[in-house]
Design a protein. Structure first.
Lengths: 527, 527
């Protein structure tokens, strides 16, 4: 099958012109489909989303839109097997990898469907109490949040074609803002298919959901101060979006999630044989192998007390040695390929940089060969564990994010050095800490909190109940400062703030009463 | 007196090198002082602010920092007469103009001193309830906000040397974040003097407040992901800040308040002779004349029903004709000069553009001469009222902000056109509406809310109790989308969010209990 995936714009399924770009199977190199946005009028697509989709969505209440999210989740759940097949073919995903993406999307939609009910039959939000402005009550102020009348433009990453789309679309649609998705080209198939299924199911009003596959073309020339652009991907692309003249001139709201050199941190009590040590080993191996390390939240650096670091390396290496790497169609394979040869080349390049700072504990084997796949056409990277004893002096370890199954152990001495190393990442999505030592945690957690969107702390009492270092829960904030882009996603209803505008109305009580009618309480967003 | 104002950096008063830039009296052209930042190590200044000032501030509680704001307000109030004198000399401010700036600063500090008490003896904030993450309670999530460990860098505008500094510094200091202020050069004297007085009073810990007068030098090369840059000024400068490589690479938090073509909107009931008409006339005249129109919130466009627009023009023109324009030292003068010849030239340039779209109702008189001032050296612009019957077709009226005593009446037919015209501003700080017509307000206010940070609605019942179109109340949001920069300031404790970082901690209940200890409730920020 070598079809051209159609774009859904201005209420039509439109095939892009020209030859398009091939989507391939990263295990076999086979071309699966083609995408092209050539000839698509993205300005018209945006206008249609705003005028037709936005108006229809905003006419509904929050709870009506929440019900739509539940219906979307059902549609997707019914087609789960097809999506797993697409994930396998287009992303080289194992069943666990595909589940992480597809089931994550469904779970997130259901979570927002549930949370959105709390906003009830309202269409906008009032925030806080009346503000006193005059001696009498004849003149007061009231803050409100109203849904934007523009579109939510999603420029998404290749690693989560399903979850990456719906974790953004759920809060946008719940807020009443139509979505125009631009999935990353190499893995656009799954996102495109899902939109096709949701459009066919007739759940959403026309214009509420559009998708453009292939190049973004002149999309950013058409965004306005009423739109939101939400980007996930590389820091380089983020910089291009941030400095785009139209984005700058119109102060277009831009949410960015970019690179992140996330750390796992073992406490002084996480000695070999302890529950915390075992939990850390398990999580590190999981993070390195699931989706072949292609998660923006994956563990890239492992900070361990100097007396523990070597034993940790051996334990992780032992588990990695037991992981079968190859074609996920093959029995027992746990680690699949990267999504493309280009990603493979980028990972090798990054790995070469890291190796300037590091010794190899496991992997980077010149003789490595994937199971049931031809190294000449496939996109595999052997899981590789490195060890860097240069601490803060390392040249690349704290800056280079190898987007693959690669992590580096960095030994530290004393809590202050652990804090300095974690902060040296320059802003990350997540850090996980393996310790039950209250004193250590009391010092470390507040000191690194400023530079992390999320901190996961695991000890013996938490045990296997934790949701994972790299697993993004819809009811918890996702995003990180600095290198990680400075954006905020999810966190339950907090995510709706991105799609609303805050303002204050000053006037008489009758006017404010009228404006408050049918408004839900904005306090629910941070509740 | 022609002294060089010193910079306060790394705990020292340092005079900049070289000749410096002259600050002048805009009535006389006299040189008052000089500023220079040459030779100042701004990187060191920032490091000192963070390490010395930030650490000391964060060791204090919110309520202790609130008390400092009250003490600062007292110091400033005691020197009010001196500040009025500086405002007169360096800004050509009338007593009312100086009051708007100086008393506004003191009022805002007092407001934050009062509001900050509510945060009590805490040093950080917890946000919302525990998040359920596992079947048991052994693993949960909790969102927090912590003060940034960086510095708050203020790049401020020339029109509010006092208020512009303290409306930003109050929430930053309350949050525990040290301030480095870079006032606009032409009117830096007042800001510099205030910092001098506050430093001398010994209220703040060393490093909590720094000031650099003159060029910003390489300041932006030294900001990090832990700092905040808050800018007020032109869209051009805003664009330079936004696209600065270091700001982009580190996702430095940047709050922008830029141009704004604010509208006053008369409802269909605001007919000549009505209370709403009279209130509109009074407010328009006030907005055009106070601070000679040099307020980012000032009325630039006046949208009036076609049947009212001419009568409104006559009424406003009549009042403007009675306003004495000239040297504020002269008895009865109500309108002073712009702050500089450069601003005067820019205003004339903008006025010429507007006149391509407009007829003159009042002003723009070639024979205009200010009272008691030499037109050859002073910076006066005659208050000028224009009339544009081109509606949405106007080429400049909706885009060009003349930063002076200039406003344009634009007649409209029907509420839909009023909405379209107001929105055509592309995002404004404020719109004021003069109407008691509930139906009109119910249609207009929600439709323009998305593009305005604040909407003031005045009717007969509100009467003279309203706080004004251009008056920024500390307990109400200040900022606007799009052209206005997309930033958010003030709004009571809401302003503290800019200086905190949100994150979520996932872990066991004992850890979360410990982290919650001594945390205030973040719900107070939007209360």
């Amino acid at each position: 099958m070598d079809v051209k995936l159609r774009n859904y714009v201005y209420g039509q399924w439109v095939e892009g012109a020209g030859e398009g770009v091939a989507l391939t199977d990263p295990c076999t190199g086979e071309t699966l489909a083609r995408v092209s946005s050539e000839g698509i009028d993205v300005g018209r697509a945006l206008a249609h989303a705003r005028q037709t989709g936005g108006a229809a969505l905003r006419a509904l209440t929050y709870e009506a839109r929440a019900a739509m999210l539940a219906a979307i989740a059902e549609v997707l759940a019914a087609k789960r097997a097809e999506y797993f097949e697409i994930s396998l073919r287009n992303s080289g995903a194992t069943e666990a990898d595909a589940g992480f993406d597809v089931d994550g999307a469904i779970f997130t939609l259901k979570s927002y469907a549930r949370a959105g009910k709390a906003l009830g039959a309202a269409r906008h939000l009032k925030e806080g109490a009346r503000v006193a402005l005059a001696k009498s009550e004849a003149f007061q102020g009231q803050h409100f949040l109203r849904p934007l009348t523009g579109a939510a433009v999603f420029i998404n990453a290749f690693n989560f074609p399903a979850w990456g789309l719906w974790e953004k679309a759920a809060p946008a649609l719940l807020a009443g803002v139509p979505v125009l998705a631009k999935p990353a080209t190499p893995t656009a198939w799954l996102a495109q298919r899902m939109v096709e299924d949701v459009v066919a199911a007739g759940i959403l009003p026309e214009g509420a959901m559009s998708i453009v596959c292939g190049g973004a073309r002149d999309l950013l020339d058409h965004v306005t101060e009423c739109d939101v652009v939400s980007f996930t991907g590389s820091a380089d692309t983020a910089a291009r979006l941030r400095t785009h003249p139209n984005v700058v001139a119109r102060s277009v709201r831009l949410n960015v999630e970019a690179d992140s050199v996330n750390a796992a941190i073992l406490g002084p009590d996480a000695v070999s044989g302890s529950a915390e040590f075992e939990l850390a080993v398990k999580e590190i191996v999981r993070e390195m192998t699931i989706k072949a390390g292609q998660k923006c939240t994956a563990i890239r650096r492992i900070l361990a007390p100097a007396g523990i670091a070597r034993a940790l390396g051996e334990a992780v290496a032992g588990k990695l040695a037991a992981c079968k790497v190859g074609n996920p169609r093959s029995e027992g394979v746990r680690v699949g390929p990267l999504v493309s040869r280009a990603q493979q080349a980028a990972a090798f390049e990054g790995l070469a940089k890291l190796r300037e700072d590091c010794e190899v504990v496991f992997g980077a084997d010149p003789a490595f060969a994937p199971v049931d796949a031809d190294p000449a056409v496939s996109a595999f990277v052997q899981p590789t564990l490195l060890y860097c004893d240069k601490g803060l002096g390392a040249r690349h370890v704290h800056d280079v994010e190898v987007f693959g199954p690669v992590a580096t152990i960095v030994p530290y001495v004393g809590t202050a050095e652990a804090i300095a190393l974690a902060r040296r990442g320059g802003g990350s999505l997540v850090a996980s800490v393996y310790s039950g030592n209250a004193e250590f945690l009391a010092e470390l957690v507040p000191a690194i909190a400023e530079l992390h969107g999320r901190i996961l702390v695991v000890d013996a009492a938490v045990g296997a109940q934790h949701t994972g270092h790299g697993n993004v829960m819809p009811n918890c904030l996702h995003g990180g400062p600095g290198r990680a882009g400075g954006g905020e996603e999810l966190g339950g209803l907090r995510a709706l703030a991105l799609y609303h505008r805050r303002h204050v109305v000053q006037g008489g009580p009758a006017l404010l009463d009228a404006l408050e009618r049918e408004a839900a309480d904005a306090a629910l967003l941070g509740a």
